[in-house]
Write a protein that binds this ligand. Structure first.
Ligand SMILES: *Cc1c(COP(=O)(O)O)cnc(C)c1O
Length: 800
């Protein structure tokens, strides 16, 4: 949309000289003694140098155009590695590959040396990362705001099949992408008391920490534009207490610093329930308050009329985690800038919008009034005022922002936003009918849908170079920033030569993955069907349905090993929240089944289960290009959108899935005949839940299901402790909240349909080509354009 500078051009010799210069002068290393990390850091510095100019130019262009800016507030940014993204978007990959080949440094090893920045749990954080990249590609002036966690998501390993968590230390090496901004620091208060003063109030916090900014440039496709990810670190207001130290109180001298730094110490390892409530609320307020002050400071430097705020500032709240932004912005405008309360509320609402990510009631945030009053006393008062104002405008309303002794962050976020969006068609529809039914009736224009998307630069161009090359050869490279051009591939689904080339790419990717898995000790045959389920482990995502079907299939294979079976490699990946007992049991069971099946001499050539540890963005980038079958099997109505499902379809995997989240849209677009649908829809799920003994009925009607459950219960996968997994079987046969038993029979049927389709390799390849050709709509560029038009009213620079 906007070109700040032309795409960067590079000369190989010049680039090589830049890398060597950084090796010598930035790292103090001699080329003869440089280790892989030294090369990687020198390379990163040389790449970074090429980002800074377009980055400055983008900032200057935004000021010059007096453009509306988009601010994306998110507790999580699951950005992964940055080096490969940067060289791809800058057009440096080929040149860099040649430079390191000349230098005798293995380029793949070098790229993999970079730590994976896991400042997020899963889909919500990855969405934020894809959005930042698309905002830069589209040339929209934007900032991402979040927390610079010292420890991102934990590292997962397995000990005898059980999940072990260790801290992730992504900052243990020099983090070259960020620039510290000591001048951009704000004091953030907690607790204390409030004195009414005139129209407003004066809040005197009891405790203050400093939010200090670290900026990472995010470069868009072809380096034309770069935005900023600004992450806040918590620091003590006063440095080290030398007086106490000199008195011999060494621990006491360091205590205030440790207390302050705790706020940005760890990412909460769970995105559906909240842990240490007080600290979590502190984190939320900390980064939201710092971001809003930064936004107002930037606004004040350009304009002197606060009424212009909604025309110049769009603030997107990624879930309710930053929902305290509503009362905080009202506080800043009303208490600190003297705007009348009603006008402050309207002005704040004009800037704010909110993305809902879940309908699971246990995942909707609420904070006790006593905690809120203790930590944020003025905000609690303002929430009461905001709620009262809403009640006055809508006297018949029964929904409130405070209820049952809790502040309800969903209704608060809704009430303070001019737009609220769901993340897939089905999810938005259910939002209107369930969680926000009454608010939707009162504000029928407020809810809009923006189906999620993924950036094609990372999830196709970078992750799957073979397929990218084939596509570009066939239709040119316009698809990279206009993904719907993949439709030009459609006619080639009927071209046997193209299908064969497409299949050869998949086969080569499978071989690469087999080599990688072998390094971790898992042997798989790339001739088998690669069937993959990777995502957080959660009951609603139903990894236990998948493993149960795997067990049933294994039992049938043992009954008749010489039947015409389709060999399969079942791959699982994902972490469980450390406190989520049942999810950890599921991990343990999958690993136990893996051990039993992979060593079964009768079936191990037909069916294998592998579970590489520590699923993260980098592992996703390895697995997805090699997938043939994508497992998207959540209980209908529970997965808001999913984005993993999109990455798979784009890379030519066929989906087996329920009518849930964006699966619905994927199936509509790729065609029902190229998608394996099974299971109850969301309405049937609700009806089924009301039937007493629904699981018993399902088990009584399906002997395969009964037999698979019996194997779990009888200790077939836990010879040393036959009751180890009985809890899982009892859960499925008992409460079965997510209807594993009730959907099993149809899942089994759909899996046999998958095998039937796979036997016809040519037909399968045709469907795979069509999955890629018809997935263009799932680009996050399309999603961002939707937000710009329907939520932010931000046309971007060129159109202004
Ligand atoms: C895309 C992605 C997710 C989201 O996956 P879903 O299947 O949509 O839940 C989670 N984690 C990582 C590392 C991802 O890349």
């Amino acid at each position: 949309m906007m070109t700040a500078t032309p795409a960067v051009r590079v000369d190989k010799d010049e680039f090589r000289a830049a890398v060597l210069r950084h090796l010598t002068y930035s790292l103090g290393k001699d080329a003869d003694h440089a280790q892989i990390t030294d090369w990687r850091l020198a390379f990163s510095f040389a790449v970074r140098d090429r980002i800074v100019d377009p980055w400055f130019a983008s900032t200057r262009a935004s000021y010059a155009a007096q453009a509306k800016r988009v601010y994306y507030l998110s507790m999580e940014f699951l950005i992964g590695r940055l080096l490969e993204d940067a060289i791809i978007n800058l057009g440096l990959r080929d040149v860099a590959g040649e430079v390191f080949a000349d230098l005798g440094v293995d380029f793949e090893t070098l790229l993999e040396d970079e730590p994976d920045a896991a400042l997020g749990n899963g889909g919500l954080g990855r969405l934020a990362a894809c959005f930042l990249e698309s905002l830069s590609t589209l040339g929209v002036p934007a900032y991402g705001y979040g927390i610079r966690y010292e420890h991102g998501l934990f590292r997962q390993s397995f000990d005898k099949g059980r999940q072990i968590e260790t801290p992730e230390d992504w900052l243990h090496q020099r983090h070259v992408w960020e620039f510290e901004r000591p001048e951009a620091a704000f004091r953030i208060g907690f607790g204390g008391n409030v004195a009414l003063a005139g129209q407003g109030a004066v809040w005197t916090p009891a405790e203050t920490v400093v939010a200090s900014a670290f900026d990472t440039p995010v470069i868009g496709w072809q380096g034309r534009w770069a935005n900023t990810l600004r992450l806040w670190a918590a620091e003590p207001e006063h440095g080290f207490d030398l007086a106490r130290f000199n008195q011999g109180d060494y621990a006491g001298a360091a205590a205030p610093e440790a207390a302050a730094r705790t706020i940005s110490r760890v990412l909460y390892p769970d995105d559906t329930t909240d842990g240490g409530k007080r600290l979590r609320l502190k984190q939320e307020y900390f980064f939201t308050a710092a971001s809003l002050r930064d936004i107002l400071r930037r606004f004040d430097s350009e304009y002197n009329d606060l009424r212009l705020l909604p025309r110049k500032v769009a603030i997107q709240l990624n879930d309710t985690h930053p929902a305290i932004a509503g009362p905080e912005l009202v506080r800043l405008l009303h208490d600190e800038k003297g705007m009348a309360l009603d006008e402050a509320i309207a002005t704040a609402r004009g800037c704010l919008s909110y993305t809902n990510h879940t309908l699971l009631p246990e995942a909707l945030e609420r904070w006790s009034e006593s905690l809120m009053g203790d930590l944020l006393p003025r905000h609690l008062q303002l929430i009461e005022r905001i709620d009262a104002a809403h009640a006055k405008d809508h006297p018949t309303r029964s929904v409130t922002m405070i209820g049952g002794g809790d502040v309800l962050m969903g209704p608060l976020a809704f009430g303070m936003a001019h737009r609220v969006n769901g993340v897939s068609g089905l999810h938005t529809d259910l939002m209107k009918k369930t969680v926000f039914a009454e608010l939707h009736r009162l504000h029928p224009e407020r809810i809009v849908n923006q189906t999620n998307g993924v950036t094609p630069r990372r999830w196709l161009l970078a992750a799957n170079p073979r397929l990218s090359g084939l596509i570009t050869e066939a239709i040119g490279d316009g698809w990279i920033d206009d993904l719907e051009r993949l439709a030009d591939l459609e006619p080639m689904a009927d071209d046997a030569g193209f299908r064969a080339a497409f299949a050869a790419v998949k086969r080569a990717n499978k071989e690469d993955l087999a080599t990688f898995l072998a390094q971790g000790g898992a042997e798989v045959d790339p001739a088998g069907m690669f069937d993959i389920q990777i995502k957080r482990i959660h009951e609603y995502k139903r990894q236990h349905l998948n493993i149960l079907e795997t067990i049933a299939l294994w039992q049938e294979m043992r009954d008749d090993p010489h039947a015409d079976w389709v060999p399969r490699v079942k791959i699982f990946g994902g972490k469980a929240a450390p406190g989520y007992f049942f999810a950890k049991e599921i991990i343990h069971l999958i690993n136990a089944v893996s051990e039993t099946l992979n060593s079964d001499p009768v079936t191990s050539h037909l069916l294998r289960v592998v579970y590489p540890a520590n699923y993260n963005v980098s592992l996703a980038e390895r697995l997805i290009p090699a997938a043939e079958l994508s497992e998207q099997i959540s209980t209908a109505g529970k997965e808001a959108s999913g984005t993993g499902n999109m990455k798979f379809a784009l890379n030519g995997a066929l989906t087996i899935g329920t009518l849930d989240g964006a699966n619905v849209e994927i199936r509509d677009l790729v065609g029902a005949e190229n998608f394996f649908l099974f299971g109850m829809d969301a309405a049937a799920v609700e009806d089924r839940r009301k039937i007493a003994g629904h699981a018993d009925h399902a088990i009584a009607a399906d002997s395969r299901l009964a037999r698979a459950l019996a194997a779990i219960r009888d200790g077939v996968f836990s010879r040393d402790d036959s009751r180890r997994f009985a809890g899982i079987a009892d859960n499925i046969a008992g409460e079965d909240k997510f209807l594993v038993a009730s959907d099993f029979t149809d899942y089994w049927r759909a899996q046999r349909e998958v095998e039937q389709a796979y036997r016809d390799q040519d037909g399968w390849n045709r469907a795979a080509v069509l999955n890629t050709a018809r997935s263009g709509w799932f680009s996050s560029d399309r999603t961002i354009r939707g937000y710009m038009a329907e939520i932010w009213d931000a046309p971007g620079i060129a159109a202004e």
